[in-house]
Design a protein around this ligand. Structure first.
Ligand SMILES: Cc1cc2nc3c(=O)[nH]c(=O)nc-3n(C[C@H](O)[C@H](O)[C@H](O)COP(=O)(O)OP(=O)(O)OC[C@H]3O[C@@H](n4cnc5c(N)ncnc54)[C@H](O)[C@@H]3O)c2cc1C
Length: 467
């Protein structure tokens, strides 16, 4: 019955499209994806206009392969060497795949469409929940204004999300990214490079086909950025004083398109889940691009949302477990990403007294102001020794409560290894000594799988006691 419910997803970035495809594969065929195309975002919009360049790691391409999205996979650019000029040293780092975000997002939509998902190309202008709990979604496109109704709403408009207000993190410094496209010689090797400078950091992409992209991340506290019509000049002035940027741009000329302006401060939104709505990707938490992996986490949030939404629609009795699962996941990832970004900022010691670097290296790490699902959650759990707890897990495509083991390395807990529930195994071991073969029979797994799980438990050095 609930499979017939109409799910509307607003925003067709990686989060929206992966959620649409995941839900469709899960049996929810009545889905509409409504989005403005990236190419319709003029320069100055939060999520970048045309010609936005980004980089992704091999793990993102692996997920795309796994989910069999052929057009998306095909749209990904070359895997290139990434160079870093940081804290006074220059070195070649890992590799990354380059993306033209416009092409990437168009390919995502094409894959969604071929799967059978209904697509509306439009800008959503207003959301309103009726007393009947049906969502009214107003939108505009070339055909005019219209309205669509949803039983369940997914907010995936990235940083432009309207559902769920940003949690106030008073100490989080504001960052803006300014970017410009260039024409370069075609015989220059494709590459990406990152460089720190006194007032921020820069990221450069050269595609090896005559096009390059330079993006700078600078502070945008109140009054720091000049008015819109002076931004071009401001950008040129800053890059003139970045020696690496001058080198990267040797022999190139600026493309005629407008400078792209994107907000890049970390944002964690409040109330990202309810009985009939859920925020995904950047609409739930947008990370500092220095911690990288925004697309990876956007896709991850969509994949994790599928069993959550299935629970909310089909197993309502477990809805609190679904809320806790989703909130906890976001809290832990957000705090971890903020910590990672801060470590990167701290590792740059040339300008420790400059406001940009000082603010980002020393600010207290943000923490969620929402009540945690479990009082022992996240930071507290991260410090406590390994212990058992009852938490929500994904089981048979739904969210349910299970006994799990929380460790400092796994603050969200581990339920199973090789399909073996660890707390159950621990209980059996505490009862009496079983041979691995006996345990393998009890859990219907191989002896080797049991040995792996036993070794994992032995490394924790814990006996079974509930918190
Ligand atoms: C400056 C900058 C650089 C970055 N670089 C990288 C990088 O190199 N690698 C990386 O992995 N991540 C990077 N990120 C992060 C990455 O861009 C995001 O994490 C990712 O795109 C989030 O995906 P999403 O689907 O949640 O949202 P988005 O990709 O932002 O998609 C939102 C969608 O909603 C649509 N939309 C918005 N408003 C409306 C509306 N009113 N009506 C209809 N549709 C609407 C938009 O057109 C868009 O299609 C960067 C972020 C910034 C700010």
């Amino acid at each position: 019955m609930s499979f017939k419910k109409h799910i509307v997803i607003i925003g067709a970035g990686p989060a929206g499209v992966f959620a649409a495809c995941g839900l469709y594969d899960r049996g929810f065929k009545n889905i509409t994806l409504i989005s403005r195309l990236r190419s319709q975002n003029t320069g100055g919009q939060n999520n970048g206009g045309q010609n936005t360049g980004e980089g992704i790691s091999a793990r993102v391409t692996e997920i795309i392969k796994h989910y069999a999205l052929p057009h998306t996979l095909h749209s990904i650019g070359e895997e290139v060497q990434r160079f870093a000029h940081w804290n006074g040293t220059s070195q070649s780092q890992n590799r990354e795949f380059i993306l033209d975000r416009e092409k990437f997002d168009q390919a995502l939509l094409k894959d969604a469409k071929e799967k059978g998902i209904k697509i509306i190309n439009a800008r959503v202008t207003k959301l309103k929940k009726q007393p009947s709990r049906i969502w009214n979604i107003h939108y505009e496109n070339a055909q005019g204004s219209s309205l669509i109704k949803a039983d369940f709403l997914i907010e995936a408009r990235g940083r432009e999300a309207k559902l769920g207000s940003p949690l106030k993190q008073p100490n989080t410094p504001r960052t803006t990214a300014l970017a410009r496209r260039y024409s370069t010689a075609q015989d220059l090797e494709a590459m990406t490079s990152i460089a720190s400078f006194k007032k921020g950091w820069a990221w450069f992409l050269r595609d090896g086909k005559g096009s390059a992209y330079l993006q700078i991340f600078i502070s945008s506290e109140k009054g720091e950025l000049p008015p819109k019509d002076k931004l071009e000049h401001y950008f040129s002035h800053i890059i003139e004083n970045i020696p690496q940027a001058q080198k990267w741009l040797e022999g190139s000329s600026a493309a005629p398109d407008a400078l792209t302006v994107r907000t890049a401060s970390p944002i964690r939104r409040a109330s990202v889940i309810g009985d009939d709505f859920l925020n995904l990707g950047d609409a739930a938490m947008a990370l500092d691009p220095l911690s990288g992996n925004g697309i990876f986490y956007a896709i991850g949030s969509a994949v994790s949302a599928v069993p959550v939404i299935a629970t909310l629609l089909l197993e309502k009795k477990n809805k609190q477990a679904a809320f806790d699962f989703y909130n906890e996941r976001i809290n832990v990832i957000f705090e971890e990403a903020c910590r990672t970004a801060q470590e990167f900022y701290k590792s740059e010691e040339q300008w420790v007294h400059e406001p940009f670097w000082k603010a980002r290296s020393n600010e207290p790490l943000p923490s969620s102001q929402e009540p945690a699902a479990d009082p022992n959650l996240a930071s507290a759990s991260a410090l406590a020794p390994a212990h058992t707890a009852r938490k929500s897990v994904v089981k048979n495509g739904f969210i349910e409560l299970e006994d799990i083991i929380v460790t400092p390395d796994h603050p969200r807990g581990v339920w199973q290894i090789n399909n073996i529930p660890l707390v159950k195994l621990l209980e059996l071991q505490n009862e009496k000594t079983y041979a691995p073969l006996q345990l393998a029979k009890i859990f219907s797994v191989s002896e080797n799988d049991i040995k792996v799980a036993i070794r994992w438990l032995e490394n924790l050095n814990m006996s079974h006691k509930n918190e």
